[in-house]
Design a protein around this ligand. Structure first.
Ligand SMILES: *[C@@H]1O[C@H](CO)[C@@H](O)[C@H](O)[C@H]1NC(C)=O
Ligand SMILES: *[C@@H]1O[C@H](CO)[C@@H](O)[C@H](O)[C@H]1NC(C)=O
Ligand SMILES: *[C@@H]1O[C@H](CO)[C@@H](O)[C@H](O)[C@H]1NC(C)=O
Length: 564
């Protein structure tokens, strides 16, 4: 009897010991409090199901970054020798020992993981709040985004077993917050407000910018591209739908030299779609397809609609679309995205992970372009602030951030978001350009920005008063949302010429753009400023500046700079 009792008692003890919780958990990530605008409603229901994502340590991420620079730096012997899917995967796949260690730990806890990225560096698990609190020594709580009323479940800190520290980069969603909207308008907002201007007219002057104005301003060719293997991917999120009838009216009005039936192809993921009812047209999506199809004449354009069924753990499809492109044998040579968020809403590890995903796309030969944001030094949108607000993902050094200019005698647009990342350090290609600017700036704004951070934007294009057709009417829009597709179209037309000449597409642009040849091929914008946070913002200046970057495109010069 006694023996049995003891036996039972020890069984009980074992059951209560939470085998892996208390054993060797170590704090992995934490944030002091939820970002401004989120309120805690207390602990999440213990039986609520959580779909968590684990980013595993990649075999050799530094090797991938080195390979990226090797194929993207014009002076390198391997310039243009972009990597295959297998070559990229070899760098980013986790090591067998990582997979084994993580899977063993999950199995001990009754969990199995699903592969969530082509290389297996992201995996997914499904569990309950109760179990996750135990597994990660976390306190998953419900946070309400006050503006939209949308709830999300997050924890302000979590731990992982010490023995897995070298195998797991991060668990998500945990300490990163997403300003998800209820419906449109949204979180990762379309960056441009719409200002109705009147009915369809072929603009006679460039007070409203049209494709003809931009062709004239930047020397963009009107002749059609020839290469069918070349393409632009236009990223679409948050139920922003690209309307084919609006595109047709736009081409009829503003590109009478093109067939008005020229259109985009549709690709979808995460349950994305592209309904064509007039009232479903999205101003951002309309703008994005009109200034790619209507400017990169003859370049095949894919509108990639990312639905709400995110697989990336609340990253709103930002990682899903990268994984989608990485899974292709030949990813689109250009991707333009006019959505973004506050850098401070992201954890350092998550921002880093997503940034490394853009590095993979660059290594594969895709030029990744993002609008820098519309709030000047106050970030994505104008907001009250005391220190300048960096945007994400513009601070990531492995993509090209596009700011905005205004007028035919171009100046930096006041809305153009620009500044310095608090997460990413200065990449080598930018060191001297940035140092020269900071030297001129002196002590102005010292303490309001992080002088050691990567500066953005990298380049700029017109982003004020750009004419589009929306819901069958002509309107004009402003925002860096205009600038990113415009710059992307220029790159796509350069790629067309390169591919026609038997050469590689440009891929990751920045080492080229910041090279002497790149700098000389851009129109340096030296006036304008980007107010915000109760300041007049940074002044544009000769050379790189955090309003217009290195400047705007000059097609003929760029063609010469790439050797054509
Ligand atoms: C647009 O055209 C419609 C029909 O022709 C007309 O009623 C309306 O006043 C016009 N709007 C503007 C702003 O010109
Ligand atoms: C950035 O954060 C501010 C609050 O600090 C918020 O008002 C704004 O909507 C956020 N912007 C985006 C795009 O998430
Ligand atoms: C400034 O930026 C660096 C990256 O260059 C980062 O490590 C550091 O934490 C940032 N400082 C602040 C106060 O955000």
């Amino acid at each position: 009897m006694v023996k049995v009792a003891i036996f039972l008692a020890s069984l009980l003890t074992l059951a209560l010991a939470k085998p892996h919780a208390a054993r060797d958990l170590r704090l992995h990530e934490r944030r002091e409090r939820a970002p401004a605008g989120f309120a805690s409603k207390g602990p999440a229901a213990s039986d609520k199901v959580l779909r968590l994502r684990l980013a595993l340590r990649q075999t050799d991420i530094k090797g991938l970054q080195d390979a990226l620079y090797d194929v993207s730096t014009p002076s390198s012997a391997n310039y243009g020798q972009h990597l295959s899917k297998e070559e990229v995967n070899a760098f980013v796949a986790p090591k067998a020992e990582t997979v084994a260690a993580v899977n063993a730990w999950l199995a001990e806890n009754g969990l199995t993981a699903t592969k969530m990225s082509p290389a297996g560096d992201w995996i997914g698990i499904q569990t309950t709040v109760e179990k996750a609190n135990e597994l990660f020594d976390a306190q998953f709580s419900t946070f309400t985004h006050e503006e939209s009323g949308v709830d999300s479940i997050r924890t302000l800190e979590y731990s992982i077993p010490e023995s897995l520290k070298e195998h797991i980069n991060l668990v998500h969603p945990t300490i990163s917050f997403t300003r998800r909207p209820l419906g449109p308008p949204t979180v990762s907002t379309p960056l441009s407000p719409i200002v109705p201007q009147g009915n369809l007219t072929a603009a006679a002057s460039c007070s409203t910018f049209t494709p003809a104005c931009l062709q004239s301003l930047y020397g963009i060719p009107t002749t059609a591209a020839t290469e069918s293997t070349n393409s632009i991917a236009v990223a679409g999120f948050i139920e922003q739908y690209a309307n084919a009838a609006d595109l047709k009216s736009f081409l009829t009005a503003d590109r009478s030299d093109m067939s008005s039936s020229t259109t985009f192809t549709l690709e979808t993921l995460d349950g994305g779609s592209n309904p064509q009812t007039t009232s479903k047209a999205g101003v951002e999506a309309d703008l994005d397809v009109q200034y790619t199809v209507g400017l990169a004449t003859g370049v095949p354009t894919a509108f990639i609609s990312v639905g709400d069924n995110y697989q990336d753990g609340d990253l709103e499809g930002f990682l899903d679309i990268v994984n989608y492109l990485l899974d292709k044998d030949t990813p689109n040579q250009v991707m333009t995205t006019s959505y973004g968020e506050n850098e401070s809403d992201m954890s350092v590890a998550l921002a880093d992970s997503l940034c490394n995903a853009y590095a993979q796309l660059g290594a594969r030969g895709t030029s990744v372009l993002f609008a820098s944001g519309d709030g000047g030094v106050s970030g994505s949108q104008s907001q009250s602030c005391t220190t300048f607000v960096p945007t994400f993902p513009s601070g990531c050094p492995f993509l090209t951030s596009v700011g905005a200019t205004t007028g035919t005698s171009e100046k930096g647009a006041t809305l153009s978001a620009g500044g310095f990342s608090n997460i990413f350090g200065t990449p080598d290609y930018q060191t001297s350009a940035k140092a020269a600017y900071l030297q001129t700036l002196g002590s102005t704004y010292s303490g309001k920005y992080n002088a050691s951070g990567r500066g953005y934007p990298d380049v700029a294009a017109i982003g004020q008063s750009v004419g589009i057709v929306y819901e069958g009417r002509s309107t004009s829009v402003s925002g860096t949302s205009c600038a990113s597709p415009i710059f992307a179209s220029v790159i796509a037309l350069l790629n067309d010429r390169l591919i026609a000449a038997g050469q590689s597409p440009l891929g990751f642009l920045n080492p080229f753009l910041y090279s002497d040849a790149g700098v000389a091929a851009l129109n340096d914008i030296t006036s304008g400023n980007n107010p915000g946070c109760s300041t007049t913002g940074f002044p544009a200046a000769a050379g790189w500046d955090p309003v217009t970057g290195l400047g705007t495109p000059n097609f003929a010069n760029l063609l010469a700079a790439v050797g054509l």
